[in-house]
Design a protein around this ligand. Structure first.
Ligand code: XMP
Length: 325
C-alpha cells in the first residue's frame, strides 16, 4: 500500500541515483507542488540543489517573505530570492489588454529565469513539480530520442508562453510525476508544510496583475494587497477557506462617489469574487452569509485608503470566468 513515508524514502533513493553529483535548479512558486519538491530534493541531495524564488511583485501581501522564512527557518533550505518587482512592473507599464499583460509577464519571467539560472549555474537538471495528469498532457517537454529522457523546453510556471532558449534546455527531474494532487497534499502535510500551503487555493501565475483591471501601478497593487489580506483574514477567521475554491478581491480601474464622515469621496470599487468549484472548469458564486460580506465590506472601506465601495460578484462560470481578466 502507498504511504507517504515509503514515497519519501523511495523518492530520495531515486533522486540520488539519478542526480549523482550533478546540480539541480528548482523554481519555487509558493504552492504545495514546488514546496514538496524542494523538500524531497533537499533531503536527497542537500546543497547540490538550488531553490530560486522569483518575486514578480504580484503575490499576496506577506507571501514572498513568509515563503522564504519558512524555507530558511523551518526546513533549513536556502532560497535564492530574486527581487524582480520593478522589472515586472516596468514590463507591463501602461498595458491594459489582459492577454498582452499575461504575455509580457510570461516573457519577463523567462528572461529573469534565464539570467538568474546562468548567474547561479550551470545546472544539469531542472526540477519540476509535474503531476501525473500533466505527464499525460506533456505539452511542455520533449523526449530526447537517444536517451529517452524528458527534456524541458518550457518552464512550468503557470505562464503558458515562451519556450526556453536552446542553450538552456535542461534535463528534467520530476519526482512527483506519479502523484495526483491529493497525494502531493498528503506528502506535503507529512513533511510539515503548513496548511496554508497544503490547502492553498489556486493562484494564477500573473497573480494580482490580472486582478487589477486595466493598468497595473504600485498604488493599485498596494490597495489590492490590503483589500485581499482582509478577505483572507475574514475567510480564515470564519473557517470558510476549505469550503471555497477561491475567494479573492479584484480592483476596478474606475471611481465612484461616496461619503465618509462629512467628506465626499471619489475612489475605486473592490469586487469580492468567492466561488465554489470542483475543478475550476465550472464554478458557482458562493452563497456566503450576509454578515460576513458586511464585515469584509466595512473593513475594506474603513481600513484601505483609496476604496469607497465593495461589490459582490454573483456570476457563475459559465458565463463568467473565475478571474476578471
Ligand atoms: P478562469 O478565470 O479561466 O480560471 O475561470 C480558471 C482557473 O484557472 C486559474 N487561472 C490561471 N492560473 N495562470 C494560472 O496559473 C493563469 O494565467 C490563470 N488564469 C486563470 C484561475 O485562478 C482559476 O482557478
Amino acid at each position: 500500500t502507498w504511504t507517504t513515508a515509503a514515497f519519501v524514502e523511495q523518492s530520495v533513493r531515486e533522486i540520488r541515483a539519478k542526480v549523482g553529483d550533478k546540480r539541480v535548479l528548482l523554481a519555487l512558486s509558493g504552492g504545495v507542488d514546488s514546496s514538496t519538491l524542494a523538500f524531497l530534493l533537499h533531503k536527497a541531495i542537500g546543497d547540490q540543489l538550488t531553490c530560486m524564488f522569483i518575486d514578480q511583485g504580484f503575490m499576496r501581501k506577506y507571501e514572498p517573505e513568509r515563503l522564504v522564512k519558512l524555507f530558511h527557518e523551518q526546513f533549513h533550505i536556502p532560497v535564492e530570492y530574486v527581487n524582480a518587482r520593478d522589472r515586472f512592473l516596468q514590463a507591463i507599464a501602461g498595458v491594459t489588454d489582459p492577454e498582452e499583460k499575461r504575455r509580457r509577464i510570461g516573457h519577463e519571467f523567462i528572461r529573469v529565469f534565464e539570467e538568474e539560472s546562468k548567474r547561479l549555474g550551470p545546472f544539469d537538471y531542472l526540477a519540476q513539480g509535474t503531476l501525473y495528469p500533466d505527464v499525460i498532457e506533456s505539452a511542455d517537454t520533449n523526449v530526447d530520442p537517444k536517451t529517452g529522457e524528458r527534456v524541458a523546453v518550457k518552464i512550468k510556471s503557470h505562464h503558458n508562453v515562451g519556450g526556453l532558449p536552446k542553450d538552456l534546455r535542461f534535463k528534467l527531474i520530476e519526482p512527483l510525476r506519479k502523484l495526483f494532487k491529493d497525494e502531493v497534499r498528503k506528502v506535503g502535510r507529512s513533511i510539515g508544510l503548513p496548511e496554508e500551503i497544503v490547502q492553498r487555493h489556486p493562484f494564477p501565475g500573473p497573480g494580482l496583475a490580472i486582478r487589477i483591471l486595466g493598468e497595473v501601478t504600485d498604488e493599485r497593487l498596494d490597495i489590492l494587497r490590503d483589500a485581499d489580506l482582509i478577505v483572507r483574514q475574514e475567510i480564515n477567521r470564519h473557517e470558510m477557506y476549505s469550503e471555497l475554491w477561491q475567494a479573492f478581491a479584484v480592483l476596478l480601474p474606475i471611481r465612484s462617489v461616496g461619503v465618509m464622515g462629512d467628506q465626499r469621496t471619489y475612489a475605486y470599487p473592490i469586487v469580492l469574487r468567492f466561488v465554489k468549484s470542483e475543478d475550476g472548469m465550472t464554478a458557482d458564486w458562493a452563497r456566503v452569509p450576509y454578515d460576513l460580506l458586511e464585515l469584509i465590506s466595512n473593513r475594506i472601506v474603513n481600513e484601505v485608503p483609496g476604496v469607497n465601495r465593495v461589490v459582490y460578484d454573483i456570476t457563475s462560470k459559465p458565463p463568467g470566468t473565475i478571474e476578471w481578466e
